[in-house]
Design a protein around this ligand. Structure first.
Ligand code: AKG
Ligand code: FE2
Length: 319
């Protein structure tokens, strides 16, 4: 079992010997057809197990309406940051959203696997679009607010990050920086996730707080011999599906088609305490700060109108 690896000097983001996390539930990701709030909380979120809920959001009008053309209609004039995630470096440039959607429409139709240097592709990645254009949140009803902790429920869209790009974009292997739970909603097109349990971080060539050098699609076993022990799982997420990933999940994401998605990173009391316990293990200072603000909301129940303005800059934080 990879979780028993001891001969490495690289630390996993958590000391999972202190948690209830086991690798069970990771070798093949559960894919129930219905999932009540209680089942989600007990069997997956609090048990730290991933789950794929097919068609979880297929009834939303977002799944009928959203496309590059629709986003151009509702938000074409917005100036948005567009990233290239190239060779470990993230470059950000400003685009008018309508120029970006036109760029998408001009892309040749191709399979993700065919595209050269996928990380150099301009990618509208991790932007708070549902906060900037609140009508988009109205397209996502009924929203499963009870999957979230109470602090996030009233204005769930404020905590979401939006992704739009052509086939072939790749987000390299990483975990989500605040060590939050992640609900990922695929609205248009398809993406392939390769996920690994948090304690396999030690096998994956950790480069910085949250980025890893192993390419799960073409692992270099000479450089990363420990990766032979890893047990990556590949999941195709299609329009209408929701993927849940527990805190610290390592994930690599490839767009298989033109794709539109968003996620919500959220904490529970358990996850925010786990994250704060990592604050002195290489966590950037800003990340510790946003985790402390989250703890004020999630644990001390400080009202959102006090805590959200302090948390808001996180939504534009690039790490
Ligand atoms: O969809 C992607 O390219 C990246 C998604 C991701 O990393 C996330 O939801 O945390
Ligand atoms: Fe992520």
């Amino acid at each position: 079992m990879v979780g028993q690896e001891t001969g490495t000097s690289i630390q996993a983001p958590y000391d999972y010997s202190l948690s209830t996390l086991e690798d069970s539930g990771w070798s093949s990701v559960a894919s129930p057809t219905v999932l009540s709030d209680l089942e989600f909380a007990n069997n997956y979120r609090d048990a730290m197990r991933p789950v794929l809920l097919r068609s979880a959001c297929s009834g939303w009008s977002a799944c009928l309406r959203w496309s590059p053309e629709y986003l151009e209609q509702v938000a074409g004039a917005l100036i948005i940051p567009v990233k290239t995630l190239d060779g470990g470096e993230i470059k950000v440039s400003s685009w008018k959203l309508s120029d970006y959607t036109r760029f998408l429409q001009e892309q040749p139709v191709r399979k993700g696997e065919d595209s050269p240097r996928p990380t150099a592709v301009p990618y509208c990645h991790d932007i708070p679009l549902l906060t900037l254009v609140e009508s988009l949140a109205g397209d996502c009803q009924p929203f499963q607010v009870n999957y979230l902790s109470p602090w996030y429920r009233k204005h769930w869209w404020r905590y979401s990050q939006f992704f739009m790009g052509p086939a072939g974009t790749v987000t390299p292997l990483h975990f989500d920086t605040l060590l939050t739970h992640n609900l990922f909603f695929q609205i248009y097109g398809a993406k392939q996730f390769t996920i690994l349990p948090p304690r396999q971080a030690a096998c994956c060539g950790r480069r910085s707080w949250r980025w890893f050098d192993v390419d799960p699609e073409q692992p270099d076993y000479l450089r990363f011999p420990q990766y032979r022990h890893a047990t990556p799982v590949t999941i195709t997420v299609r329009a209408g599906d929701m993927l849940y990933m527990p805190p610290g999940t390592l994930h690599h994401v490839r767009s298989l088609t033109t794709s539109i998605s968003f996620n919500i990173d959220f904490h529970t009391a358990q996850s925010v305490l786990g994250a704060l316990a990592e604050a002195d293990k290489g966590m950037p200072r800003e990340v510790a700060y946003y985790n402390a603000i989250s703890a004020l909301g999630v644990i001390t129940k400080m009202p959102e109108d006090i805590t959200f303005p302090l948390y808001k800059p996180y939504l534009n934080y690039v790490s």
